[in-house]
Design a protein around this ligand. Structure first.
Ligand SMILES: NC(=O)c1ccc[n+]([C@@H]2O[C@H](COP(=O)([O-])OP(=O)(O)OC[C@H]3O[C@@H](n4cnc5c(N)ncnc54)[C@H](O)[C@@H]3O)[C@@H](O)[C@H]2O)c1
Length: 329
């Protein structure tokens, strides 16, 4: 009987081996491959698990450019936080697409957080002002951490203001992240501090815009990752109307991102105003920022190829550095 040796990587293994700057480089290759149509990303499949008060999402992807095919499975359970268990469990499986052999199995939460930070890092590298110094993070959960890491990898950030409805969570975030990144990270005292920000990341679960357009100065770059359903929103329509808007993928964002779906429905924004996909910017097929006065927005809902390239990078690093465990199937 045929046996397959595969690598199993825990969240702890992944945190040890994955570096944000490497993830950002891999993300650039992934979006270029997506633009060249070397990636097949079918729509994700969802199962509603009402009797268990949860649901499951299966996100398949094939990339011929890295000879990998895989799937991320995310299981949501709404009763879990009250039981002291995570709201979401996730796992990524990848296979060698040239032989079909399974090659790795890994924790999906760390992969998700790293790839979501990396795509915002890539967008920031391409779209933010070169001399950006002040960042603001709205939403201080797991995504907020990697949003700040991604931004700090591509610009010389000196100060980050953080905002969260949960003040204790924001304070804890500020203490941990200032130590981790060696920059000043402070809980914002008022919305007015947003006027100082050159780069803003929104990573909340909000259903209403999380800032007012009056606080957004000219030249600001915004990464919006939180709203991934039509009923969710973080960015006000007034900001979108005056911004150069780049999306991770037009089809997904127009179907899922409430930030775009809601103002389009209300007739105050149009899909025709969207500047383009990140892959078009990465490959130089459309221009990025044109001057220091433009407001730029990068809106992402997440694409499975981000998980695939990040998992593939983790596997390569684990093979060269000797991390994780080998299991036989
Ligand atoms: N675009 C993507 O690829 C992608 C990937 C992963 C997660 N997400 C989404 O990003 C969001 C954040 O994920 P997370 O895992 O960090 O979640 P989380 O629930 O751990 O953290 C979200 C934080 O946002 C805060 N918040 C909610 N509404 C707010 C508001 N109006 N103003 C300020 N703070 C507010 C909450 O108090 C919480 O601390 C979720 O909606 C998640 O589904 C998107």
């Amino acid at each position: 009987m045929n046996e397959n040796r595969i690598k199993a990587l825990s969240g702890k293994d992944l945190r040890n081996i994955l570096k944000m700057e490497d993830c950002i480089d891999s993300m650039g290759n992934a979006f270029a491959a997506l633009y060249r149509r070397e990636v097949d990303v079918p729509l994700r499949t969802a199962i509603d698990m009402e009797p268990d008060n949860g649901g499951a999402l299966f996100m398949p992807v094939y990339s011929s450019s890295i000879s990998r095919v895989g799937v991320k499975t995310v299981i949501i359970n709404r009763d879990n936080p009250a039981r002291g268990l995570p709201f979401i469990h996730a796992m990524v499986q990848i296979f060698d697409s040239s032989t079909g052999a399974p090659v790795a199995l890994m924790d999906g939460e760390v992969i998700t957080a790293m790839r979501t930070g990396a795509v915002s890092g890539l967008a920031t590298k391409l779209l933010a002002k070169d001399n950006a110094k002040i960042a603001a993070i709205i939403g201080t959960g797991a995504q907020g951490e990697t949003q700040l890491e991604g931004v700090c990898c591509v610009r010389d950030i000196t100060t980050a203001y953080v905002f969260d409805l949960d003040i204790a969570r924001a304070e804890d975030f500020a203490a941990r992240m200032s130590k981790h990144l060696g920059i000043k990270v402070v809980v914002a005292q008022s919305s007015e501090q947003l006027t100082e920000a050159d780069i803003i990341c929104t990573s909340t679960s909000s259903t209403k815009p999380v800032f007012d357009d009056v606080y957004i100065k000219r030249g600001t770059h915004i990464n919006g990752v939180g709203s991934y359903r039509p009923d969710m929103a973080e960015i006000p329509a007034q900001t979108l109307q005056r911004a150069k808007v780049v999306v991770d993928q037009r089809q997904g964002c127009l179907a899922e991102a409430g930030d775009l779906v809601q103002p389009i429905k209300e007739g105050i924004f149009s899909d025709e105003i969207i500047h383009g996909d990140l892959g078009e910017v990465v490959t130089g097929n459309i221009v990025a920022r044109e001057d220091d006065e433009e407001v730029t927005v990068f809106k992402s809902v997440g694409i499975a190829v981000q998980d695939l390239v990040t998992a593939d990078l983790a596997l390569k690093l684990a093979e060269s550095m000797g991390g994780g465990q080998e299991i036989i199937l």
